[in-house]
Design a binder for this molecule. Structure first.
Ligand SMILES: Cc1cc2nc3c(=O)[nH]c(=O)nc-3n(C[C@H](O)[C@H](O)[C@H](O)COP(=O)(O)OP(=O)(O)OC[C@H]3O[C@@H](n4cnc5c(N)ncnc54)[C@H](O)[C@@H]3O)c2cc1C
Length: 312
């Protein structure tokens, strides 16, 4: 079967697009990737309008259920190759192949690494990129978070429930986070030490992380003994699929879109953190909003081609 729309990614952008598309009566397939995207492991979300406080996993579960109730088809796994042939997009994943008249790329972005020796070898052995996933392993231990943004501060607040001591290693002069999260961190008192204008110069350990070497001395030494380190220094978009299709990217490799989420290729749209439509402001509300716009554009595109399936 040929779908009216194939959506790549099941984060806030992809799921919102799917809900809108199905309400436009488009036959819609979501190629899931990791269920729920970044939000599913983001911890507690308290700024999504209409919901006081919710675990990101549950928010994504609710969005997926809304799509399922409408009849969206979900396919597990990652899209590996996309090509186009006379108005038909072909998406290949493992040993399966799907065809769609339109595409929405809602692939988010990948966690940035420090790119230091030992980092790869010690990943999962003291070096981590997801504090909600791996933080609970560090009960009564000493940990560090690298990064000075809101996600890092949220990470500190989360880890404080488990760890006995947390170092926040910040390259810049100050931490830049939502005031409410900063206040929570300050309330943790001397359980948290913020080391500003400091970078991780070395990751040291053989079978497991032993210590970090800092770019600047802290209490008379550059060595910082920690049991675990969480790297929270932002994201880079994955350009693989975009490049396969020949999509125009901006200088930071985000997919270029116009105000209706159209890319440079007719029939291909993008949404959420994979684009830089809202600059570096990347949130669930913006991702969901862009997903709804992309679905609307895909619908209008199909209508303009006289190709919307009569599914009603
Ligand atoms: C620690 C943390 C805390 C956060 N806290 C908040 C918060 O409190 N409030 C808030 O509003 N926002 C928060 N955010 C931001 C929010 O999670 C993101 O803005 C949001 O997830 C973006 O949604 P997205 O759908 O664009 O991308 P993502 O959530 O990144 O989803 C991308 C999806 O695409 C999939 N994918 C990628 N490549 C492929 C492929 N080849 N084939 C198939 N699927 C693919 C991925 O597996 C994933 O499912 C937080 C983020 C983090 C990391």
């Amino acid at each position: 079967m040929k779908y009216d729309l194939i959506i790549i990614g099941s984060g806030a952008a992809g799921l919102s697009a799917a809900i809108y598309a199905k309400r436009y009566k488009m036959e819609t397939l979501v190629m899931e990737g990791e269920f729920g995207g970044e939000t599913a492991t983001a911890g507690i979300i308290e700024n999504y309008p209409g919901i006081l406080s919710i675990d990101g996993y549950d928010l994504m579960k609710a969005m997926k259920e809304q799509g399922q109730n409408l009849g969206v088809v979900f396919e597990k796994g990652k899209a590996e190759k996309i090509s186009s042939d006379r108005g038909c997009f072909v998406v290949k994943a493992a040993n399966k192949e799907f065809q769609g008249s339109t595409l929405i790329l809602a692939t988010g972005s990948q966690r940035r690494h420090l790119n230091l020796p030992n980092e790869k070898e010690l990943t999962g052995k003291g070096v981590h990129y997801c504090w909600t996933c791996d933080g609970p392993l560090y009960g009564k231990k000493t940990v560090a978070i690298v990064g000075g943004g809101d996600s890092s501060v949220k990470g500190v607040n989360f880890l404080a429930e488990y760890a006995k001591k947390i170092y926040l290693i910040v390259r810049g002069k100050e931490v830049q986070a939502e005031p409410v999260n900063l206040e929570r961190m300050k309330a943790l008192g001397d359980k948290v030490e913020v080391l500003t204008e400091t970078e991780v110069a070395e990751i040291v350990g053989e079978k497991f992380l032993g210590k970090l070497v800092l770019s600047k001395e802290y209490q008379g030494s550059k060595d910082l003994a920690v049991d675990g380190v969480f790297v929270e220094i932002g994201f880079d978009p994955d350009t693989k699929l975009a490049n396969q299709l020949g999509l125009a990217l901006d200088e930071k490799n985000y997919i270029k879109v116009d105000s209706m989420m159209k890319t440079n290729i007719p029939g291909v749209f993008a949404a959420g953190d994979a684009t830089s439509y809202f600059g570096r402001f990347k949130q669930d509300i913006t991702a969901a909003a862009l997903g709804s716009v992309a679905a609307t554009s895909a619908y209008e595109y199909l209508q303009s081609q006289g190709r919307v399936a009569d599914n009603g």
